[in-house]
Design a protein around this ligand. Structure first.
Ligand SMILES: [Zn+2]
Length: 413
């Protein structure tokens, strides 16, 4: 659907050709110069900062992306269309690039930006873009997919309350040491090294689990390399109930719009079902090149494990754990919910307990790079992951008490 706002806006703009607009929040204001062009005024998108924290990202070729409050607007130099939130908007004039800076039509700022980012408003009388401070806004924007994602098995809710038994969860920060994991983003944005983000988030997930009365063991708490097979061994030796591995996704550079890929997904161990799952599997297993040949040789019993009945029981449990974590993340994460997936991750193979691998977002996307490096957002996301774990354990306890047997195969401690 194309939304045509052009006629009304051109009338208003041509009636009062101004040379600048004002950007204002509760405490600051700034003047941004307007540049005339054939179809109406343009302005430099990055000059809205810092009052409007817009990320201007050159995706590839003539394609650009503006990211505001976790929402992206896709535009193209010389093209009179903008895409945002599943809508296509017609522009009065095309964006231009001058001296490597992106100039966007005033209309984009006055009409489209306030529709996309809920905390912005355009005041035509004052020719002013106002930013309201709504700190929760960014966090609460969640893709409608998140709501579609709930599966029947998760339809019932379990009443909140403390767990009857102390439980132990191993929290695994992906990568580390010489294995940096992915590096991003594509375009402008905060620098993301996967091993740093995973460690920061893992520590927060651990703290959030502690707050919920759950014991935690970490595979690493410093910037060090741990072999994939050792991560599972740590969990087995600790007789942990669950294993949760934290990672950051990276777009395939061969994709049509690699910088635009966003969203979060949770994996449990199985054979990869889709090409995309195989891509993530290859990426996360690649670390073995940093490991000693002995550690690498020890780590490939996937086909054996998948035929093992106890492990199949773990797969059902892992699937539920993944669904619950994914659903909780959907409440706070601005990116699309990419769902629960399966792949043959070596790190999950050797953990003999329900085990999941969480890809918290795409470090290649500038907006998600900003999201996953924000301390406040990391806290929130970690709390969501911990809530998913707690809900899983509550359900597990209820199943065990109603059947009188330890159906999940969790370690007895
Ligand atoms: Zn990773």
């Amino acid at each position: 659907m194309i939304i045509a706002l052009v006629a009304a806006f051109q009338l208003a703009a041509s009636a009062a050709p101004l040379e600048s607009l004002t950007v204002r929040d509760a405490s600051r204001s700034a003047v941004v110069a307007l540049v005339p062009s054939d179809g109406g005024s343009l302005l430099r998108a990055d000059q809205l900062r810092p009052i409007v924290p817009v990320i201007v990202s050159h995706v590839t070729g003539s394609r650009w992306m503006l990211i505001v409050g976790g929402q992206s607007i896709e535009i193209e130099e010389g093209t009179r269309f903008a895409k945002a939130g599943g809508q296509t908007y017609q522009l009065a004039t095309a964006p231009q690039v001058r001296k490597q800076a992106l100039y966007v039509p005033l209309q984009l700022i006055a009409e489209i930006l306030p529709r996309v980012a809920g905390n912005l408003a355009w005041d035509p009388a004052r020719f002013e873009l106002r930013a309201f401070s709504t700190p929760d806004k960014y966090a609460r924007v969640s893709d409608s997919n998140a709501r579609k994602q709930a599966t029947p098995v998760l339809a019932q809710t379990v009443a909140p309350g403390p767990l009857r038994t102390r439980r132990l969860v191993v929290v695994d920060a992906g990568h580390g040491g010489p294995d940096g994991g992915m590096h991003g983003p594509l375009g402008f944005g905060p620098d993301v090294r996967e091993k740093d983000v995973t460690l920061a988030v893992a520590k927060r997930v651990g703290a959030a689990l502690n707050e919920r009365g759950i014991d935690v063991t970490y595979t690493r708490t410093t910037d060090t390399l741990i072999a994939l097979s050792d991560r599972g061994r740590i969990a087995n030796e600790a007789r942990a109930d669950l294993f949760v591995s934290i990672h950051v996704n990276a777009a395939n550079p061969g994709w049509k719009d690699p910088g635009g890929a966003r969203g979060f997904e949770t994996y449990f161990l199985s054979e990869a079902k889709t090409e995309d799952a195989r891509r993530v599997e290859r990426m996360e297993n690649e670390v073995v090149k940093f490991e000693s040949s002995q550690a690498a040789r020890a780590g490939d019993p996937l086909s054996f494990i998948l035929n093992d009945m106890a492990q199949n029981e773990h797969l059902r449990e892992s699937n539920e754990l993944a669904e619950l974590i994914q659903r909780r993340m959907g409440v706070v994460h601005p990116g699309p919910n990419r769902g629960v997936k399966q792949a043959g991750f070596r790190v999950l193979v050797t953990a003999f307990m329900p085990a999941v691998l969480v890809e918290i977002g795409f470090g290649t996307n500038p907006g998600e790079a900003a999201y996953m490096t924000s301390p406040a957002r990391m806290n929130e996301l970690s709390g969501a992951i911990a809530d998913g774990v707690l809900e899983y354990l509550r359900r597990y306890e209820r199943r065990v008490s109603s059947t009188g047997s330890a159906a999940g195969g969790q370690g007895q401690r």
